[in-house]
Design a protein around this ligand. Sequence first.
Ligand SMILES: NC(=O)c1ccc[n+]([C@@H]2O[C@H](COP(=O)([O-])OP(=O)(O)OC[C@H]3O[C@@H](n4cnc5c(N)ncnc54)[C@H](OP(=O)(O)O)[C@@H]3O)[C@@H](O)[C@H]2O)c1
Length: 233
Amino acid sequence: MENKKAIVTGGNRGIGKGIVLSLLEQGYFVLATSRDSTKFDVTHPNLKLANLDVCDHASVADFQKIVNDYDPDILINNAGVTKDNLFLRMTEDDWDEVIDTNLNSVFRMTKLVVKGMLKKKWGRIINISSISGSMGNPGQTNYSASKAGVDAFSRSLAKELGSRNITVNSIAPGFIQTDMTDGLIHEEITKKIPLQRVGNVEDIASLVNFLVSEESNYITGQTLVVDGGLFMK
Ligand SMILES: NC(=O)c1ccc[n+]([C@@H]2O[C@H](COP(=O)([O-])OP(=O)(O)OC[C@H]3O[C@@H](n4cnc5c(N)ncnc54)[C@H](OP(=O)(O)O)[C@@H]3O)[C@@H](O)[C@H]2O)c1
């Protein structure tokens, strides 16, 4: 790893922040984005911050200039939301917001970086999906559909970019302790997890560290599950 540069969306909290801290610790340069970069409570000589709303076309277009100057080797599409509700009560706005934030943004963000990676003939694109995209979950038709879409996106793009030494993979977390799962995690869930605990952000970050490294260079188009054994195919 000679000074590789990573972009992490939604890097200010939760899983994204865990990935940012872990990449910095490994010696990577990191450009962490957030809707409000003043919210970042991390400073590091290798860390740059940028404001970016992945749903706002103007914000994404402005970010292209920053991407061009930064010339990233690695993109981690992490930003995501839930708007859970049973299908009969789910509004079209809740459907649209989740699909736009979790799936359409992956298209938009990846567009910004691919040309640069093609020139370098090296790249790593990692999309944070969810086991909900493979196993389904009541109350999450929007979220499951968005994450299944992300996994399918990773497979197809991996086939397009493999010959240029760019790998594209999804990481599908199970229950990870963050704001997103606050109030959702309880004893009944923990009992169903073979490893008998919910995950922490470091459990995801350690797989990211592997996937961005040369050690993973023969792995592409995969959805790698990190869930303590909750979902087994
Ligand atoms: N936690 C879990 O158990 C779990 C399980 C499976 C998958 N995941 C996935 O892991 C990823 C991170 O989740 P998390 O648990 O860390 O959630 P979180 O703590 O709620 O953090 C979500 C992050 O996404 C950012 N974000 C949301 N909408 C955005 C937008 N329009 N533009 C830019 N950034 C936006 C948030 O920024 P703000 O601070 O500006 O809101 C925040 O940084 C998500 O893709 C999620 O679906 C999480």
